[in-house]
Design a binder for this molecule. Structure first.
Ligand SMILES: C[S@@+](CC[C@H](N)C(=O)[O-])C[C@H]1O[C@@H](n2cnc3c(N)ncnc32)[C@H](O)[C@@H]1O
Length: 505
């Protein structure tokens, strides 16, 4: 470190603060330079000094994290994934299997209909299609997704001749799923409405910007203006065509901005000079929809009934009891993703949220993630209240690590983990009730590394299912992922298959 050298041009405190904000995910030097408003070369130099001093760490692909986020697994008491796998086999009699096939949303980015509103948190349409095909359900049977997101499950269900049922709390995702399952939408009416909207937008004066503090940073001035004109020209969302235009508008927000999702929303890696024109991007999005509607139309005879999408908390799922043939979902993961912040642009620009308080309220209503407002996990700070003995062992370790390190963003991580499983419990219970006897509930879920503690989220979800009356058919590892907390630590994403007993009421 430059002890005794010239005074640094980049002060340490704001840089470290900026790094602590992106925590285990990390930031690039360019992002940090923007954050602390200092030139990139000076920030890079300062990072190199801090790295030498052991305070920050480069974790590959140009990302920097605070050293404290790196590793705790050399510590005594760290329980390795393999130890849990073995214990799971001993206690539940189920070995970890493998699944070779698509699982992430990547394929959907170019797949007809799924691409209308790309949802990085979604899962693979091919995975769902394969599952439905193998399930060989009678035509019109109900398939439920309690966290239906952008509607991957319900779209594939309808294509397979089945009735999709979905619950979701993120309003733009519900909108997208409703529009994406409206296979009979008129292509001509959509084209006419889009043209009329563009004409109105061309005549309008620029409108007000949404409440988001960073709007001016997120978009070039001309783009901002064009977006406000286009937004204000959208017809009210009272018809299927008007709702489809809103999805097209939501779809272009990130491509025309300086932001990208990787998978969280962030700056960097984009040349603002080449951002597409919003009007042209909107026209292309609508043209894509029209082309996909034409593709869908060829299989009209095999479509299932219209899907039902509830904008509700999955813990209060209104699904009919004993009528669902198969449930499929990817729930939020235990440390997970802040869906609200990641889709704040859609929420703000489409008027679903009018203030930061609105965003916070929505986030608090969701299954717990580590961005919950302070106090939201206060009722869950006692590990001894966990039902699962694995959690009763695990949570105190998280608490102890946080207390020892003192550099985590928050000191209630163990409470968030407990609340996460408490949040999932009623969802699994409702799905159990909704399923027919012998019906399966298939969950794509990952494990996590939290405050230096390994949390086998997939196995814990399987155990939660078993505690609620399901049997555990299988846990199949579908892919490995990198831990955000420590890049060299390999996490996984698994397919957990639960089954309601034949004799169940
Ligand atoms: C992993 S994503 C599901 C993605 C979906 N499988 C797809 O392909 O688009 C999890 C979803 O759960 C939603 N969610 C979180 N808490 C919820 C709750 N309490 N009730 C309903 N949905 C919730 C999030 O908004 C997010 O869309």
């Amino acid at each position: 470190m430059g002890n005794g050298g010239p005074a640094p041009t980049v002060p340490t405190a704001p840089l470290l603060r900026a790094l602590s904000e992106t925590g285990a995910i990390g930031s690039t030097a360019r992002q940090l330079a923007e954050r602390v408003s200092r030139p990139l070369p000076a920030v890079s130099e300062r990072l190199a000094e801090l790295s030498e001093a052991g305070r920050v760490l480069r974790i590959g692909r140009g990302l920097w994290i605070l050293r404290d986020f790196e590793t705790l697994d050399g510590q005594s008491g760290f329980v390795e994934p393999a130890a849990y796998t073995e214990r799971f086999l001993n206690e539940e009699g189920v070995p970890l299997g493998r699944y070779d096939g698509p699982i992430t949303f990547a394929d959907n980015e170019t797949a007809p209909v799924h691409r209308w509103w790309p949802y990085v948190q979604g899962y693979s349409a091919g995975f769902v299609a394969g599952l439905l095909e193998r399930a060989d359900l009678p035509r019109g049977a109900s398939v439920l997704d309690p966290f239906s997101g952008s509607g991957t499950t319900v779209v594939e269900a309808r294509r397979a001749g089945l009735r999709g049922l979905g619950a979701e709390l993120l309003p733009p995702a519900v909108l997208a799923a409703r529009v994406k399952t409206d296979f009979g939408l008129s292509r001509a009416a959509l084209g006419t409405a889009a043209r009329a909207c563009l004409e109105r937008a061309a005549r309008r004066a620029p409108g007000p910007l949404p409440f988001l503090r960073e709007t001016e940073r997120q978009f070039a001035p001309a783009t901002r203006e064009a977006l406000t004109r286009l937004r204000d020209a959208l017809p009210p969302p009272t018809t299927p065509v008007a709702r489809a235009l809103r999805v097209a508008f939501g779809r272009i927000l990130i491509p025309v901005s300086r932001l990208r999702r990787s998978p969280c929303l962030g700056y960097g890696g984009k040349d603002p000079a080449v951002a597409p024109d919003p009007m042209a991007a909107f026209s292309s999005a609508v043209a894509e929809m029209q082309a996909d509607l034409a593709t869908l139309d060829r299989d009209r005879a095999s479509w299932g009934p219209r899907a039902t999408l509830w904008e509700v908390d999955a813990r209060r799922l209104p699904a009919p009891k004993g009528r669902v043939a198969l449930a499929v979902t990817s729930p939020p993961y235990v440390n997970g993703m802040d869906y609200v912040m990641n889709y704040k642009l859609d929420l703000a620009w489409l008027g679903y949220a009018r203030s930061y308080d609105d965003l916070i309220r929505l986030r608090t209503a969701m299954v717990a993630c580590d961005n919950l407002p302070r106090g939201a996990a206060d009722a869950y700070l006692r590990p001894d209240e966990a039902d699962d003995p694995w959690l009763r062992e695990l949570l105190p370790r998280i608490r102890a690590n946080v207390a020892r390190k003192r550099t985590y963003r928050r000191d209630d991580v163990h409470g968030i983990v407990l609340r996460y499983f408490a949040d999932l419990r009623p969802v699994l219970a409702r799905v159990y009730d909704a399923l027919v006897p012998d019906g399966r509930f298939v969950l794509v879920v990952g494990d996590s590394l939290l405050a230096g503690t390994y949390v086998p989220g997939d196995l814990l979800v399987a155990r939660l299912g078993r505690a609620l009356g399901f049997s555990i058919d299988s846990v199949q590892v579908a892919r490995s992922r990198r831990s955000g907390q420590r890049r060299s630590f390999e996490l996984r994403e698994s397919i957990v298959t639960l089954r309601k007993p034949r004799a169940a009421a």
